[in-house]
Design a protein around this ligand. Structure first.
Ligand code: FDA
Length: 388
């Protein structure tokens, strides 16, 4: 058997977190091996943000993340901020713009971010091995793969989202082997599906509206989109992270209108209908479907105020009860993962297994939609790299 090559750290997973951690640790003088079973690094970065990579959010802070321990992310996020990452992007002359809600995208292509990370790895002399499955053994206090040995191992192989892009349970399985707890992984930032009577909304497939959507402790004002299977769009993806099976999702279709808004057209244009009153604010198809569901036919003049008030209340809190989500095949991220109770928030090192680290999406820290998940990948990678 050929002798194993010695490194200071082996990093499994050449996604956002793994590449960044490898580059930063190597530039601090560490000898680093970066492994990925996929032949191409950074595949999720390449398709992210519609191919332009929403690489951070200028407002990113602990409140934008879900975790069993909401305090865990504070340390890493505060020690590596969006401004730090933007400075790197600018050093690489990558043009960027703010799209909306603090979301920063490349003007050109997500390929520039992958190229930047690979350049940074090369600058530190990171060794890479892409395209072969990783196996890890633990012997005499060191971690061994088929060809390498190191006192430190970084789990950066992400969560379960989008298996066809190379997602596996490697980080969770390895963490479990070392006795670390896993917070049950669930699909998040994912479309929700409707069945039964609610499936009739599938006739609205392609229709969107700016709404306020609520589920559990999540409330988001963004666009919602009807699909042939249920509900999607940014507002729905955001609340999917807070949604649990059996929970209702409440949608305010007219968040800018004050209570009593239907009484005004009743007085001013008594012959108008509910459908026409709704069509002033919503697309025709949505107005038609909602009016049909509210079953208040005829002219507003003939409808009692209390019926109009009840219709307003329903429109402000229309409840859907999704029967599920589109699952890991469509989920942008995985909520849950390696329990933060097992890790140091300063270094991302496992408290009970010397030399073992976990970063990025593999950890039970999940960001909102809008560049937050990459910011967590950069920040957690940076925290580990300082400790390697
Ligand atoms: P990531 O999943 O990026 O990388 C893990 C790596 O480990 C992969 O290269 C994989 O091949 C490798 N791996 C897995 N199993 C392995 C094994 N057994 N052996 C070896 N290697 C293994 N976020 C954001 O902030 N802005 C955005 O614009 C988007 N857009 C977006 C679009 C889409 C379609 C998706 C699916 C996701 C996003 N995200 C996003 C989320 C973001 O992509 C995600 O949170 C980060 O990529 C997580 O980075 P990690 O490095 O932790 O995992």
């Amino acid at each position: 058997m050929p002798a194993l090559r010695n490194y200071d750290a082996i990093i499994i997973g050449a996604g956002a977190a793994g590449m960044y951690c490898a580059a930063l640790a190597a530039q601090r003088g560490r000898k680093v091996l970066l492994l990925d079973h996929s032949p191409e690094p950074g595949r999720k970065i390449l398709i992210s943000g519609g191919g332009r990579c929403n690489f951070t959010n200028i407002g990113a802070g602990p409140a934008n993340f879900l975790s069993a321990n909401p305090h865990f992310a504070k340390s890493a996020l505060s020690r590596h901020t969006p401004a730090d990452f933007i400075a790197l992007v600018e050093r690489h002359h990558i043009a960027w713009h703010e799209k909306t809600l603090g979301q920063l995208f490349c003007d050109g292509s997500a390929r520039q971010i992958v190229a930047m990370l690979l350049d940074e790895c090369a600058a530190g002399g990171v060794h890479t091995k892409f395209g072969s499955a990783a196996t890890v053994e633990h012997r005499d206090g060191a971690f061994e793969t088929a060809t390498a040995r190191a006192p430190s191992l970084v789990l950066a192989s992400g969560g379960l989202s989008i298996p066809k892009l190379g997602a596996t349970s490697f980080a969770y399985d390895t963490a479990r082997r070392f006795g670390l707890k896993i917070v049950e992984p669930r699909p998040a930032l994912v479309p929700l599906t409707l069945s039964g009577e609610e499936a009739l909304f599938s006739t609205l497939s392609g229709v969107s509206a700016e709404v306020v959507a609520r589920a559990g402790k999540g409330t988001f004002r963004e666009a919602a989109l009807f699909t042939h299977r249920g509900l999607s769009g940014p507002a729905i993806l955001q609340i999917s992270s807070y949604w649990r099976h059996g929970d209702p999702v409440a949608i305010d279709f007219l968040p800018d209108l004050a209570p009593g808004w239907l009484r005004a057209p009743k007085r001013a244009e008594p012959r108008t209908t509910l459908r026409r009153a709704l069509a002033r604010y919503l697309s025709d198809r949505l107005a038609e479907t909602l009016a049909a569901q509210l079953a208040l036919p005829g002219e507003l003049a003939n409808l009692p105020d209390r019926a109009l008030d009840a219709a307003e209340r329903r429109l402000a809190g229309w409840t859907f009860t999704p029967n599920g989500s589109e699952g890991f095949a469509k989920a942008e991220v995985t909520i849950g993962g390696i329990s933060t109770a097992e890790l140091s928030s300063q270094t991302m090192a496992a408290k009970r297994v010397p030399g073992l680290y976990a970063i990025g999406e593999a950890v039970d820290v999940t960001g909102w939609l809008g560049g937050y998940n990459f910011q967590w990948a950069w920040a957690s990678a940076h925290a580990a790299a300082q400790a390697l």
